[in-house]
Design a protein around this ligand. Structure first.
Ligand code: COA
Ligand code: AMP
Length: 638
């Protein structure tokens, strides 16, 4: 039996022994009573009875044990032309003071705090300060519009909102303050205080009584000590798209999370304390939580906060510049970033300008890694390019080539094998386990390992309904895929209404809900159509009401604006096909799958249940009118 197989089998056959050992890498105020608590199935809890503090594990213990002068965080911001480095001692001081400021305004253990920040060191300080106090943070990605922020405010009910005066998107200044004010106006719940970090290029006007200046608060505060919390207490809530307009509040606990991330760092990423790890993502996404902030710092690594893009800031050599300048060993990003670099620098000329000798691994996740992008990255970089698959829910990788355990040959299109702790199975719709090469639904046998979601925020029933009820005894991932005869997993894409745009997860169901609020729209559908850069882009179909006063062109423009205003620019919603009717089955179900195939120029069978096959020609014509349904197949589809 190989090393991977041995470790994997042990993690499945003796999860308590396996994770109990891994938990020795974390400092506890009080050790757990039980490693795996299965007294309330199907809700499993890890390390019940244990007490720790995640911030202590990420900062204080490293300072106490010789890493005080090691760089903890590098802020690299091509958009503001800034590079700043913070040692563990400096970061700890900033975090402890800011936590002191939060404590001074009444934030205590169990309070919720929303963080709406650009990619600046203060975003890390905000998250860690909450962890220090035992407060539960919920970071909202800066590309979401006020309406989305308001939904999250109403669900998380934060005592305080932490933000900055603005962000830079390339050359554009985005003012955050008007968006925050609008979100609070829209929300029913009103945070008591907003703390605003003033950036030099844009100053926010503060409301007396509610708004406080970040720096003044931190400067006047006494450093706060770490507050012990239960292993099972929530560390954060992260909202992610589901099939409806109400996002799911994924809960992450303190104990299981710290243990799993610390374990993953050396076993999956083969990155050791003291080495430099760069995750080119955003703190608003799960990748940012796990592998910009918590994973590297729990391990005693140096992490990079990069405020820029893969291209255009200033050129497609940006990633190579950061890697060589900061001695990055491991880079983690989404395939889209590489498609953007490949588009702007197809021959990889920029790569040749930098010394990448210290760079060892490229990890990609967030969306399917198409073989073309894999080959381009591998051929140009001549380093292992590792596709790994996970979700906001899992919090860390479910399938990967675990570089710290045993390196397997790569099969492009596959994210290799299940990570120890994840008993991945391919099921048919009835829940029967399928054999090799049989495509089905990807599920994970319970219990899920530590660090995965224990439930949804204030929504146990929705948790059961969304993930556990479909196949009793399993967590359903909502991805489809198969396993080959060597045990490699191939994840083929979502089987629900969630689409993946530039590695970001979006709900077409939510877009449909918004489009149907337009007064001239009688009926609508949204699909994810293939896009050579972003993987998928949303495309809408609208049937107009009889007597609609505006022209189809005007309505299409308004729908684009509506989605941008309600969800935000990150929805990347640009196109609507105005049609006479939608293709449906005789029972009235809209044939979104067939519409997607037409949009992508794929072959499709006319469904036998279709009400009127003639509609499909109308759909094709409408799609051609907006640049889709060309005969060239979507290049990202295998
Ligand atoms: N705050 C505000 N707006 C944001 C934003 C943020 N943090 N991030 C993106 N946006 C805006 C963009 O400016 C753009 O607005 P526009 O329509 O006015 O131009 C829109 O949201 C869409 O953004 P994006 O899909 O990122 O497209 P882009 O053209 O700006 O960049 C890439 C394309 C490929 C460079 C970019 O998508 C990228 O770096 N992807 C890597 C994927 C990634 O990091 N995924 C995270 C999960 S691992
Ligand atoms: P998110 O929760 O935003 O991280 O999105 C998770 C979804 O992204 C998964 O359910 C998959 O559909 C998709 N995804 C993430 N990583 C991969 C990957 N390596 N291969 C294929 N799909 C992926």
């Amino acid at each position: 039996m190989g090393r991977y197989e041995e470790i994997f089998q042990r993690s499945i056959n003796d999860p308590a022994g396996f994770w109990g050992e891994a938990a020795e890498q974390i400092d506890w105020y009080k050790k757990w009573d039980k490693v795996l608590d299965d007294s309330n199935k199907p809700f499993y809890r890890w390390f019940t009875g244990g007490e720790l503090n995640t911030c202590y594990n990420a900062l204080d213990r490293h300072v106490e044990r010789g890493r005080a002068d090691q760089t903890a965080l590098i802020y690299d911001s091509p958009v503001t032309n800034t590079i700043q480095k913070f040692t563990y001692a400096e970061l700890l001081d900033m975090v402890a003071r800011f936590a002191g400021g939060l404590k001074g305004i009444g934030v205590t253990k169990g309070d919720t705090v929303i963080i709406y920040m650009p990619m600046i060191p203060q975003a890390a300080v905000a998250m860690l300060a909450c962890a220090r106090l035992g407060a539960v943070h919920s970071v909202v990605f800066g590309g979401f519009a006020p309406h989305e922020l308001a939904i999250r405010i109403d669900d998380a009910k934060p005592r305080v909102l932490l933000t900055a005066s603005g962000a830079l998107e390339g050359p554009r200044i985005l003012e955050y303050k008007p968006m925050i004010d609008k979100a609070i106006e829209l929300a029913k719940h009103k945070p008591e205080k907003c703390i605003i970090y003033q950036r030099q290029f844009v100053k926010a006007a503060l409301y007396r009584g509610r708004d406080l200046d970040w720096q003044q608060l931190a400067d006047a505060a006494e450093p706060a000590a770490c507050v012990p919390v239960k292993a099972t207490d929530p560390l954060y809530i992260l909202y992610t798209s589901g099939t409806t307009g109400i996002p799911k509040g994924i809960v992450r606990d303190n104990g299981g999370h710290a243990v799993a991330l610390r374990w993953s760092f050396e076993n999956i990423y083969n990155t050791k304390p003291g080495e430099v790890f760069w995750s080119a993502s955003d703190v608003g996404w799960v990748v940012g939580h796990s592998y910009i902030i918590y994973g590297p710092l729990l391990t005693g690594c140096t992490t990079v906060i990069y405020e820029g893009k893969p291209v255009g800031t200033p050129n497609p050599g940006a990633f190579w510049r950061v890697i060589s300048q900061h001695n990055v060993k491991t880079l983690f990003t989404a395939p889209t970033a590489f498609r953007a670099i490949k588009r702007d620098d197809p021959l990889g000329e920029h790569i040749k300008k930098y010394d990448l000798s210290r760079f060892q691994y490229l990890f990609l996740a967030g969306e399917r890694l198409d073989p073309d992008t894999y080959h381009w990255a591998h051929d140009r970089l001549k380093k292992p390019v590792i596709d790994h698959w996970w979700q906001t829910e899992s919090g860390w990788p479910i399938t990967a080539n675990c570089m710290g355990i045993e390196e397997f040959p790569i099969k492009p299109g596959s994210s290799t094998k299940p990570v120890p702790g994840f008993d991945v199975q391919i099921l048919d719709p009835e829940g029967k386990v399928l054999g090799p090469k049989q495509e089905g639904l990807v599920a994970i046998k319970l219990p899920l390992p530590p660090g995965t979601l224990p439930t949804l925020w204030n929504a146990d029933e929705r948790f059961l309904q969304a993930y556990l009820n479909m196949f009793p005894g399993y967590y359903f991932t909502a991805d489809g895929g198969y396993r080959d005869e060597d045990g490699y997993i191939f994840v083929m894409g979502r089987v629900d209404d969630v689409i993946n745009v530039a590695g970001h997860r979006l709900s077409t169901g939510e877009m449909e809900e918004i489009i149907s609020t337009h007064p001239d729209v009688a009926e609508c559908a949204v699909i994810g159509a293939g896009d050579a850069l972003k993987g998928q882009l949303p495309v809408g179909f609208a049937v107009l009401k009889a007597g609609a006063k505006k022209t189809p062109a005007e309505i299409r423009k308004e729908l684009t604006k509506l989605i941008r205003d309600e969800i935000g620019p990150i929805a990347c919603y640009k196109e609507t096909a105005v049609v006479e009717r939608l293709p449906k089955t005789r029972s009235g179900k809209i044939l979104r799958g067939t519409m997607r195939k037409i949009a992508d120029g794929e072959e499709f069978k006319i469904p036998s249940t279709i009400d009127d096959p003639g509609i499909l020609t109308e759909i094709e014509t409408a799609l051609k009118g907006i640049g889709y349904a060309k005969k060239d197949k979507n290049p990202l589809v295998l």
